[in-house]
Design a protein around this ligand. Sequence first.
Ligand SMILES: Nc1ncnc2c1ncn2[C@@H]1O[C@H](COP(=O)(O)OP(=O)(O)OP(=O)(O)O)[C@@H](O)[C@H]1O
Ligand SMILES: [Mg+2]
Length: 234
Amino acid sequence: MLEIKDVNVSYGNVQVLWNLSMHVKDREALAILGANGAGKTSLLRTISGLNVPTSGEIRFQGENIVGVEPYKITQMGIAHVPEGRSLFPNMSVGENLVLGGNLSTPQQRAQTLEWVLSLFPKLEERYKQSAGSLSGGEQQMVALGRALMLKPKLLLLDEPSTGLAPIMLPVIFNAIESIKDEGLTVVVVEQHVQEAFKHVERAYIIENGRITIEGLPKDLENNPEVRRAYLGID
Ligand SMILES: Nc1ncnc2c1ncn2[C@@H]1O[C@H](COP(=O)(O)OP(=O)(O)OP(=O)(O)O)[C@@H](O)[C@H]1O
Ligand SMILES: [Mg+2]
């Protein structure tokens, strides 16, 4: 559903993505892995239109999206949950969720809200509480829920487990499983490689702005370089 070909991205005169090619299949969960500063966030921002490549192609469901305004890319069906979640802490859970749905009619919004709350019942319990008073894991649920309010086809998640205790990892990945069961395609950037491997069908490793390794979790787990650099196993 998403096809990226030979994409180059720079911030000013600092190039951060180099001839990067990758694809995402319909309804798969895909992980993007890599060290700090490798270019993972830059890649997600490029897909959602926040960074514009200097060259290369990006096609979403067959349509070119290079140079398309971010809000139009969102309307086409790509939702991006950024690093750090960017919730409105003083607003309630419900208000944060409804803000995500401002591209649809009130009726569609009510239906989508019902769907999101059925996926994450915890948010219904916390509906009137301020988002800032929730636990980190619950706040991540709100961020996921807000993105789902857009009824996207493709969901981009940038390090959803950042700042959470390891014990919260299954909560995040179970939420990703539920989202997949709803027929969505998910691209997740994650530092917890071992946990990510349990829940994704395929992964790419990005180093210094280049894709260096691509494959199935079971193959990557046996790759000596992946074991050493990302799994901490000699
Ligand atoms: N707005 C910016 N201006 C200039 N350079 C930037 C900007 N944003 C990121 N960079 C640089 O681009 C490179 C890739 O950064 P990016 O945030 O994409 O990495 P990342 O893989 O997401 O890292 P992390 O795991 O720390 O989130 C880094 O060298 C970073 O310093
Ligand atoms: Mg990042």
